[in-house]
Ligand binder design. Structure first.
Ligand code: ZN
Length: 173
């Protein structure tokens, strides 16, 4: 078995905090608990924990599609306190859906010798899906923890899980 890393995707105030600008809804509580459990297990097994964090400038082009969210140096861009990172963890900011696009995630994983990624977080059909797509294009093995991913759109969530499994060859656990 290859070396694993856990990617905790966009567990930020603007998505999973109750007052978040793009709050995904009540499912947030359940997914946060599940993510916390996965993080705990990863720490016990000494698997590197990498927080992927949407972080935008005030005038980011993404705001032509979505309301302004996760603006740098605002509360909305902060990781949920319940699952706060520890000093050894990695934090990788991103400006687009994929955690690989324009970030140093791939270099970080290579330095760590990681070949297998475990994905948790939000949203299943947006940042989880497109991060998984790039991971697979780069030949990483991908496992998605079903109870630890969620979306504001349940139908899209279900579609994404199917796409992850059948088109991208990710394991759904
Ligand atoms: Zn964004």
């Amino acid at each position: 078995m290859g070396k694993q890393a856990l990617l905790v995707i966009d567990m930020l105030e603007d998505f999973v905090g109750e007052d978040g600008i793009l709050y995904i809804g009540e499912i947030s509580q359940k997914v946060t608990q599940a993510v916390a459990a996965v993080i705990k297990e990863a720490r016990e097994r000494e698997i590197p924990v990498i927080y992927i964090c949407d972080r935008h400038r005030e005038d980011d082009a993404e705001f032509r599609m979505f309301p302004a969210h996760c603006v740098e140096n605002t509360l909305g861009a902060e990781i949920l306190k319940d699952i706060a990172p520890q000093p050894k963890d990695y934090i990788i900011p991103k400006r687009r859906y994929s955690a690989f696009f324009g970030t140093d995630l791939d270099a970080t994983l290579r330095e760590l010798g990681v070949t297998e990624l475990i994905l948790v977080g939000v949203c299943t059909n947006i940042c989880v899906l497109y991060t998984a797509a790039d991971a697979r294009m780069l030949n990483y093995e991908v496992t998605v923890i079903k109870d630890a991913v969620a979306s504001f759109d349940e139908e899209a969530h279900n579609f994404a899980l199917k796409e992850l499994e059948t088109t991208l060859g990710a394991k759904i656990r």
